[in-house]
Design a protein around this ligand. Structure first.
Ligand SMILES: NC(=O)c1ccc[n+]([C@@H]2O[C@H](COP(=O)([O-])OP(=O)(O)OC[C@H]3O[C@@H](n4cnc5c(N)ncnc54)[C@H](O)[C@@H]3O)[C@@H](O)[C@H]2O)c1
Length: 296
């Protein structure tokens, strides 16, 4: 595992309290560091697998950040668990300023081997889980208190580059991630029309250096496993592909920006954080010009 990316310490989120789902691994774990580096007062780091949450919290303390990190075991597919998480935040801090709905799973099946059960499971975690998060986050952000008299806040959903075209991920995953963009747009419109002061945006990672593949291999068909291993070896040998892989902090920092008042004018958008990969899927790209540039 690569060393954690050095972070710029800011006060963008000073005094704020929020939640990160899927915080035990990958982008979510990196987000705990990044929201701490932005000065968040308290970070509720939640995951369905809670064994890594203490290490994530300890890492923040070891880096010298002052955020309180609270680990909470939560399955985002269970609305009552997401409700309990939001109620805990409000009970303990009287405010919910941002919510990073990041938990998600992938699969590796082609159209032919995708079962209705596998598709349903994918939609349950990636879409219903994100929906539960957005709905309860919005309710928590509407809660008036002495700590936060006016409603409002920022919800960020981890979408994907696979939400923008068909060939980036397996079909079930692609379907689910397209739906997350619909969720972002519908929720932003509803909450905007209701005058809540709550913004909802997506951050769409391209290939990101996490253990998402290993974390979701169980149950994959032998054909899908073989294809994945072959593709992974091919990709690992291709410098152009490997240079597109981002550290998870690149995604998390975009979420920090969207959570902050710096993004006050951005609502209902899906910000793609793919190091420019989406701009060059065309095999003819670069044939008609020389992309090098001379220094001054
Ligand atoms: N890594 C990539 O290349 C990539 C690319 C595009 C999008 N994404 C998205 O980024 C998000 C984070 O992925 P990651 O790469 O960090 O993967 P990861 O597997 O490292 O982390 C995902 C976390 O979500 C948790 N989780 C799974 N189901 C859950 C549930 N029902 N309730 C609560 N937590 C649950 C897992 O336990 C895990 O800790 C996902 O939504 C994923 O689809 C990742």
């Amino acid at each position: 595992m690569a060393a954690p990316l050095p972070l710029l310490k800011t006060s963008l989120l000073a005094g704020t309290v929020g939640v990160i789902t899927g915080a035990g691994s990958g982008i979510g774990a990196a987000a705990v560091r990044c929201f701490a580096a932005a000065g968040a007062k308290a970070i509720y780091a939640s995951d369905i697998v809670d064994r890594n949450l203490q290490a994530v919290a300890d890492g923040v303390a070891q880096e010298g950040y002052e955020s309180e990190v609270v680990g909470v075991k939560t399955d985002v597919t269970k609305a009552e668990q997401v409700e309990a998480l939001v109620r805990k935040v409000i009970a303990e801090h009287g405010r919910l300023d941002w919510f990073f709905a990041n938990a998600g799973i992938v699969d590796f099946e082609v159209l032919n081997t995708t079962t209705p059960e596998a598709l349903t499971r994918m939609l349950d975690v990636n879409v219903v889980g994100a929906f539960n998060s957005v709905q309860w986050a919005a309710r928590g952000m509407m809660n008036p208190s002495d700590a936060k008299p006016s409603p409002g806040g920022s919800i960020i959903v981890t979408t994907s580059l696979a939400a923008t075209f068909g060939g980036m991920g397996a079909p079930a995953y692609t379907i689910s991630k397209h739906a997350t963009v619909g969720l972002v747009r519908a929720a932003a419109t509803n909450l905007g029309m209701a005058g809540t002061g709550i913004r909802v945006n997506g951050v769409g990672p391209g290939p990101t250096a996490t253990a998402i593949g290993q974390n979701n291999m169980r149950g994959a068909s032998p054909a899908a496993m073989a294809a994945m291993m072959e593709r992974a070896q091919h990709a690992a040998a291709d410098p152009a592909v490997m240079s597109a892989v981002a550290p998870p902090e690149y995604i998390a920092q975009a979420a920090v920006f969207l959570a902050s008042d710096m993004a006050a004018g951005i609502n209902g958008e899906n910000i793609i954080a793919d190091k420019g990969l989406r701009q060059k899927p065309d095999p003819f790209s670069g044939l008609m010009f020389n992309p090098s540039i001379e220094p001054l």
